[in-house]
Design a protein around this ligand. Structure first.
Ligand code: ATP
Length: 236
């Protein structure tokens, strides 16, 4: 059984049919990339998984349970963490406080300290800046904080929305290395990206979304060699 299975998903914004019969799956341990141009519907799909948007049809099965039947605020405690597009860190709180917010739903409070140490190990820059207000961090540091905050919930799967957005090439490299190391340490990753080259470079499999529909899918390395993908998404 797949860890996450999206079946025949239909999402509308009023009259706009944003997601048209989308089906895909994420298996435990995989890095799955969802790539597509602006407005293809990538963020909408993630928001349907986290319960921020209600689907008109279809199913969102997580470990066999339909997430649409679970209250959105309970979804994090099921083991699903979301790193939103644009980071959305709490600007008025310090780095340390932001990280603790990520552990808000955890019952094993005694182990939160250990997770904090793990996040600081993964992101030494956050440790150096633990007392700094999140609003004063650079874009790259805010992305690290948003990722660290998600890891503080000890998720089984992390949904990442455009982690490379607005970052310099060096930072993009760094962020993708970190995503890879998060995956290596056993967390499943569903990655939404416009940077198809980087996303396909670290993903196991990928789905290509165009105006709300999946038009291509398969092994990430094979998609990188696909002529239509090269032309439309890799600028070759
Ligand atoms: P981007 O990479 O630009 O974030 P995306 O692939 O994540 O794009 P979505 O944000 O999911 O795309 O948007 C999919 C479609 O739904 C777009 O046409 C968008 O304009 C539309 N849409 C998204 N949110 C709303 C909303 N709240 N009301 C109406 N239409 C919306």
């Amino acid at each position: 059984m797949a860890m996450l299975e999206i079946k025949n998903l239909q999402v509308y914004y009023g009259m706009i049919h944003a997601i048209k019969d989308v089906s895909f799956e994420v298996n435990e341990g995989e890095v799955i990339a969802l790539i597509g141009a602006n407005g293809a519907g990538k963020t909408t799909i993630l928001h349907t998984v986290t319960g921020l948007i209600a689907a008109k049809g279809g199913e969102v099965l997580y470990e066999g349970v339909d997430l649409q039947k679970i209250a959105p605020h309970k979804i994090v405690s099921q083991g699903i963490a979301h790193v939103p597009e644009g980071r959305h860190v709490f600007s008025q709180l310090t780095v340390y406080e932001n990280l603790l917010m990520g552990a808000y739903t955890r019952k094993d409070k005694s182990e939160v300290e250990e997770s904090l140490e793990n996040v600081y190990k993964r992101f030494p820059r956050l440790k150096e800046r633990q007392r700094q207000y999140a609003g004063t961090l650079s874009g790259g540091e805010q992305q690290m904080l948003a990722m660290g905050r998600a890891l503080m919930s000890k998720p089984k799967i992390v949904l990442m929305d455009e982690p490379s957005m607005g970052l310099s090439p060096i930072l993009v490299e760094e962020i993708f290395d970190i995503i890879q190391s998060i995956s290596k340490s056993g967390t499943t990753v569903l990655l939404v990206e416009q940077n198809a080259k980087k996303a396909l470079g670290i993903a196991d499999r990928a789905y290509v979304l165009e105006t709300g529909k999946i038009v291509l899918s398969g092994d990430a390395k094979k998609l990188m060699d696909d002529e239509s993908v090269k032309k439309a998404y890799l600028g070759e």
